[in-house]
Design a protein around this ligand. Structure first.
Ligand code: NAD
Ligand code: ZN
Length: 348
């Protein structure tokens, strides 16, 4: 399946299917004199004798989040410069969201920008590979250094997902679930039904594609996050604090954050979303819902206040449902949020 972006210019394709990497990539690489491959070390370790055996002399970069820092990044940039990279060369970045964010950032800055293609290898990267945000971390926080920079293509070969550990499947699924919720109650219910017993990657394909389309529609409407792109932060306010404190994978924290968003939506907009339905489902699949009971609300609020998305000191910007079909961004008083999170702890 090919999905095309619909920006005013600089459009590109997102190719999604099993076993497409080599054939799809060759259509692009043929247009360049030199191609440099940056590959997550874990991914390369698993696939160097199979799917990735056609790649000669890759730059194998440190795995996952540890690559998203200035020092490994500079090391790789210096390597690329030592190889003599030119403005009209291509960089192919193969790995999960972290490798994609950092690899995209390298492509956006080296020689003031060279073309790149992202080959996402995690379930979560169905999210991170869409929208053209690149980033690395600072000692002051995650994703604080970066740029908007679109790739020439995204080649999402779903074969890679087969080697993901179950904790990463649960993490990526958190964002698949979030996209379904942003899309519609109907899609959310279909997803509930399809994954009632197990989260099986085969049955997920149509939901991954819907997730990509949902995210793409929003980022095209609002590339620089002035309006509707904020809805993509559903569940993320509490998630970032939980992820930071308990060091759990991002998408797992998003699932817990979604529980909080639903509870707060019920309180603020007098809705009757069946919270237990969601909580039971998440517990069944092994999400660490108990962390909501364990959390120290004051500590979470301190972390939430530091988030770069909050601009006012006494209010927290929260993505909520104002009715079953409609998302909104609401400023909640810190004292009200404290009360609601405290009640949620007792409620779970
Ligand atoms: P990741 O890239 O750190 O990958 C998770 C782990 O899985 C790593 O250890 C990695 O080495 C390993 N891995 C990757 N592919 C594998 C495979 N096929 N088989 C086995 N192991 C594999 O993390 P992620 O969950 O893909 O992405 C999270 C990152 O994405 C975060 O840094 C987050 O900030 C970023 N992100 C960016 C955006 C954006 O819009 N740019 C959106 C969401 C998240
Ligand atoms: Zn997220």
């Amino acid at each position: 399946m090919d999905i095309s972006t619909a920006y005013k210019d600089n459009n590109y394709k997102i190719h999604v299917a099993e076993n497409i990497l080599k054939s799809q990539l060759s259509e692009y690489t043929a247009q360049y004199d030199n191609v440099y491959y940056l590959i997550d070390e874990h991914v390369y370790g698993i696939y160097k004798n199979s799917k990735l055996s056609f790649i000669e002399a890759p730059l194998v970069v440190t795995g996952g989040e540890s690559f998203k820092y200035a020092s490994p990044l500079m090391h790789t940039m210096e390597e690329l410069l030592a190889f003599g990279i030119k403005r009209n060369d291509l960089i192919v970045v193969i790995g999960g969201g972290a490798t994609g964010d950092a690899g995209g950032f390298i492509a956006s800055t080296i020689l003031r920008g060279v073309d790149y293609i992202h080959v996402p290898t995690t379930l979560l990267a169905h999210d991170s590979a869409i929208g053209g945000k690149t980033a690395i971390n600072s000692k002051h926080g995650k994703n604080l250094i970066g740029a908007f920079y679109r790739p020439k293509a995204v080649i999402y070969d779903l074969d890679f997902l087969k080697s993901l550990p179950s904790s990463e499947v649960l993490s990526g699924f958190g964002e698949v679930f979030k996209h379904a919720m942003i899309h519609s109650p109907e899609l959310t219910e279909d997803l509930f039904q399809a994954t009632k017993e197990t989260i099986d990657l085969k049955t997920l394909t149509p939901f991954i594609i819907k997730g990509i389309e949902t995210k793409m529609t929003i980022v095209i409407e609002d590339e620089h996050e002035k309006g509707s792109r904020k809805f993509l932060n559903l569940g993320h306010t509490l998630a970032h604090a939980i992820e930071y404190k308990y060091k759990i994978p991002h998408g797992q924290a998003v699932m817990l954050g979604i529980i909080a968003s639903l509870y707060i939506s019920n309180q603020v907009y007098q809705l009757e979303i069946a919270l237990d339905y969601y909580v039971d489902y998440m517990k069944h699949h092994g999400y660490p819902v108990g962390l909501i009971t364990d959390m120290d609300v004051d500590e979470m609020l301190e972390l939430i206040k530091k988030d770069k998305k909050n601009h006012k000191s006494d209010y927290i910007s929260y993505v909520l449902f104002k009715d079953e079909n409609t998302l909104t961004v609401t400023d909640i008083k810190v004292s009200d949020l404290k009360m609601m999170l405290t009640k949620l702890k007792e409620r779970i």
